[in-house]
Ligand binder design. Structure first.
Ligand code: NAP
Length: 296
């Protein structure tokens, strides 16, 4: 099968399409025939060497929508099941940017019925991150949350999920994004600085760091998106960073929200797997609203 991998770090042109053996699922694993796989900022990071692994073959791609093609023992899934899944890891030899991917069965959920595979493939990584970030923040209805990067993939899902919880959401995004973030459920919109100490919590998907920490009230909470790179606590503000974990059961609940129309999946464009270099180049230009998706 063909797969997109990196063996030498670099820019978009460092992505190679290679021929590799179709991976075999072990016990409690499934092999998914990939229908669509989103390209995320983490893939650009892997390609550029941000996570290390020099000299190894690094597979790209975390998100997948597709069809179960083979199942190891006790997987709970059957050939033909339409699914979505998260293939966790910055140091895997093969990812979802391939014709087939093997994932742990408990990272898998039934695919949404109301959106196509390309849209479904934009869900796992970023919706799980958003849901798990909100778990960490543990806000009560009526409390206030500022979401930076609110027009992005993580930020957009955080806005929608937080609004459903009754949290009062302020969206920080580019000036042109006001209509978008309000449509996702933001109560307030800002495109610049916020009054110091004015919100209970910040989810910092735009990686503004110390500036965004200033906007949290004393004793509030700050959650970043880069593990290990969040600012130190000040004024009793709890600080940390979310690190997504595969969770098929949680993903299934997010799929339900998609099918209820409560969670919006956004595709900015699709590319053939063989055009992965072009997709990486477009991602690196920035300014996308919605995800780029590869189809084998
Ligand atoms: N820790 C984890 O488990 C985890 C999981 C998923 C993602 N992440 C990380 O989370 C980050 C966000 O991911 P994503 O997929 O949501 O990225 P994304 O879709 O590119 O969204 C980022 C958004 O932030 C906006 N932005 C950046 N700087 C801004 C500023 N100063 N003011 C207003 N808006 C600003 C961007 O606008 P422009 O496009 O116009 O710049 C974009 O809309 C990435 O670093 C990703 O690697 C971490």
């Amino acid at each position: 099968m063909r797969a997109a991998v990196v063996t030498e770090f670099g820019g978009p042109e460092a992505v190679e399409i290679v021929e590799v053996a179709v991976p075999e699922p072990g016990a409690r694993q499934v092999r998914i025939k990939v229908a669509a796989a989103a390209v995320n900022p983490v893939d650009a990071g892997t390609r550029a060497g941000v996570f290390g692994g020099a000299g190894e073959r690094l597979g790209l791609g975390w998100d997948v929508a597709g069809v179960v093609e083979a199942a190891g023992g006790a997987s709970g899934w059957n050939a033909g099941d339409e699914v979505v899944a998260l293939a966790y890891g910055t140091a895997k030899s093969l990812g979802t940017h391939a014709e087939y991917v093997v994932v742990d069965a408990d990272a898998v959920a039934a695919a949404p019925r109301t959106v196509d595979a390309a849209h479904a493939a934009t869900l796992p990584l970023n919706a799980l991150t958003a849901a798990q970030a909100l778990d960490r923040l543990a806000l009560e209805p009526g409390q206030s949350l500022l979401v930076t990067g609110a027009a992005g993939a993580v930020g957009g899902y955080v806005v929608q999920l937080a609004a459903r919880l009754g949290v009062s959401v302020t969206a920080l995004a580019r000036e042109d994004d006001e209509e978008l973030v309000r449509s996702l459920g933001a109560d307030r919109f800002v495109s610049g600085a916020v009054a110091p100490g004015s919100v209970d919590a910040v989810l910092d998907a735009a990686i503004l760091g110390a500036d965004a920490l200033e906007w949290v009230r004393d004793g509030g909470a700050f959650l970043g998106v880069i593990p290990g790179a969040h600012p130190a606590s000040v004024r009793g503000v709890r600080t940390g960073a979310v690190e997504v974990a595969a969770d098929g059961a949680r993903l299934a609940r997010l799929v339900e929200l998609v099918d209820e129309g409560a969670l919006t999946t956004r595709v900015a464009g699709t590319y053939a797997l063989d055009e992965a270099v072009k997709a990486h180049a477009r991602l690196s230009e920035g300014g996308l609203r919605g995800r780029l998706v590869l189809t084998p």
